[in-house]
Design a protein around this ligand. Structure first.
Ligand code: CU
Length: 318
């Protein structure tokens, strides 16, 4: 390898690894909706070469009842404002609170690291998947702003100066039904049933809507506990209900919604490797001829049971 190539490789490696290390971030990157959250903001350096004398933290409206922790050597100020949704704090309605925290008059040299702390609650009304908390470090002749928020479809890792973020976990009993999309195809209500240990197969059920202008076809999928997945149909044969594999797949016309359900169209999970356990969510996918693959989780209902109404576990969208 030439020395030029080695230099280029070294540059790529350092560009790839430095920002993640040098960004302002929270020690705890997850919080539960409706629960308390202690934000420990880690500030890894000043502004370039200068010392930081002020740190401003803008709180998203979902963080309520926030109290900052005073810090030795720094003056503490807050700015308050109204909450978009009043917050019921143990029977006492809070309509406004801290929206911004400013620690000033301190000294964080570029070669030092420091932490800034607040406590608060994630409002029960929060629906976001991720909260972004813009932070600005102010120095004598400049500033370092950690205020970039990814646009829809953009990866946070692509940003130069990302705002510190907190991923929200939905509290138990508050889940929304998961909605998955692949191109024009929307998939909801994915579920299966618990199976006895020796069961060789299980049925999988989903509701699929084609929101596009062209027809598409469900041709198969995958399921973590199964060797393969087929698309099946139940039909009457001489007075006996039988099922058969739809080898050409299941067509979903533009604007059409098809519910795969017990006794009708269904997915057949073949060669089960492990039993489906009630209450779990099991990973799988659907494959459409045009829209391609979409990863989904199947909620597991009791043996012979109906579709779970409140799927357990929380959803992730990526
Ligand atoms: Cu079947």
């Amino acid at each position: 390898m030439s020395s030029l190539k080695i230099a280029a490789l070294a540059a790529v490696l350092s560009i790839g690894s430095t920002p993640a290390f040098a960004h302002a971030t929270f020690e705890k990157s997850e919080a539960t909706v409706g629960s308390g959250y202690k934000g420990v903001l880690r500030v890894p350096h000043g502004c370039g070469k200068e010392a930081t004398h002020t740190v401003r933290v803008q709180l998203p409206p979902e963080l309520v009842a926030v109290k900052p922790m005073p810090k030795a050597g720094w003056k503490l100020e807050t700015k308050t404002g109204p909450y978009p949704v009043p917050f019921n704090n143990h029977g006492h309605e809070l309509r406004e609170g801290v929206r911004e925290i400013i620690w000033s008059g301190g000294n964080l040299p570029d070669e030092h690291y420091d932490e800034f702390v607040f406590a608060g609650t994630v409002a029960p009304s929060a629906t976001a998947d991720v909260l972004y908390v813009p932070v600005t470090q102010i120095c004598a002749n400049g500033q370092q702003a950690w205020t970039e928020i990814p646009l829809a479809g953009q990866k946070a890792g692509a940003l130069q100066n990302p705002a510190p973020s907190i991923r929200l976990i939905k509290a138990q009993g508050q889940q929304q039904p998961s909605v998955y999309t692949a191109g024009a195809m929307t998939v909801t209500s994915a579920w299966t049933r618990a199976t006895p240990k020796s069961a060789p197969v299980a049925g999988g059920f989903v509701t699929i809507t084609n929101t596009g202008k062209e027809s598409d076809t469900l041709i198969g999928g995958s399921f973590a506990n199964a060797g393969s997945v087929e698309v099946h149909e139940m039909s009457m044969d001489n007075g006996v209900m039988r099922m058969r594999a739809l080898t050409q797949g299941l067509e979903i016309k533009p604007g059409q919604t098809i519910e795969l359900k017990p006794g009708g169209y269904h997915l057949m999970f073949m060669q089960l490797k492990a039993p489906n356990v009630e209450g779990e969510r099991i990973k799988g996918s659907l494959t459409f001829r045009k829209a391609g693959n979409v990863e989904i989780d199947f909620a597991v209902a009791p043996v012979g049971g109906p579709m779970p109404t409140a799927p357990s576990g929380h959803e992730h969208h990526h």
